[in-house]
Design a protein around this ligand. Sequence first.
Ligand SMILES: [Zn+2]
Length: 404
Amino acid sequence: MKRKSIIILIIFLFVALVGLIGFKGTMEEMSKEREEITRNYLEKEVADTTYGGEVFAEFHTFMVKSNRAYIWSYTSEYYEDDGSVYQGRASSGPRIIYFSNEKEPVDHFRPGHGSYYSESIKEKFPFYLHNKVLSFPSESGEVIQNLKEKIEYRAEKYFDKKIRDREEVASKKQIQKVYEEKDPEYWGEMVPGVIKRIDTEEKVVALTLDACDGDYDRELIAHLRKEDIPATLFIASPWIENNEKELEALADDPLFYIAGHGKDHLPLSVEGKEAYGEKGTGGVKEVMEEIVYNSRDIEEVTGKEPSYFRSGTAHYDEVAVSIANSLNKKVIGFTVAADGGTTFSKEEIKEAVLGTGPGGIILAHMNHPNSEIAKGLIEGIISLREEGYRFIHLKEYEDKFYEL
Ligand SMILES: [Zn+2]
């Protein structure tokens, strides 16, 4: 009898252990990156808007298992009317987010209403989550309250900034008035007022890198750090959205100087001119917004207001350049487009860098990690240095800027 119970106990422990390991083995952690993607998905695809406002989402994760995230989501819309901010529709409840094999959210489930509510949860959620999910509002009210507070905080910050930015542009009515009278004569990359190079015979070269949108060429930045090559980084607001922490780190590194590259990465025109099929800003006010809003986005992360600007596509009319100058930004052009707008091969990039010449400003991109830019640039930079060239910060040569 005694032996029998010991055997039963051992079998029981064995089964429990296997069960526990098996269960743990299928659980996955929600990475920070995946959390961010899920939050974006909830804000853009899952939540409803009623007032054309901005949706904010936060969530609590019950578990992640084989391309599914079981979560409690809280979403709320906020909108602005006449300078005041109001809450629109809010929604709180369990959801399942389905991911593709590449970890992209592709679909979601939300439970039915009323009497279908618990039925549909029991159907779609794993059995061991049923009670947890059904009792979540009563048992874990403070978690939901926390999600709500996080959203309120983000919404407040978002609208405060939006209103402040707008007021800043509005407060510069004088600038607007002056330039609204003016018709531009030129359109292109090298129009009057754009700084094309440094006026010197010294063997010095300045590297400038544009960050236009999402991606980040970490390899390139790592190389520059290793070789101690200073660079001015032109950062567009869409890039900041995905790389806030990265921007903070770059701004803290004395090797890099952070400059503006536009709120929406637009060609800078006072009359909606196009460059590479991209329609530019449509008037003086839009030019100001493109510069000022981007400037504030950068300042918010780095604590410093940038004093250089380069537009998306690096196209301007001379009135837009003057507007930038009135907003205390120097407009930085380039001597050599070293990556041919990101189309060049490694050899072509290297050759372009080598042809820069004294006082040259090199333009390349830091948002194309899957290109040959990092390798071509670094090889070119090292060769140029072997020829006796020194890489400098634009700041050091500000008094020798050569304007067109
Ligand atoms: Zn760009």
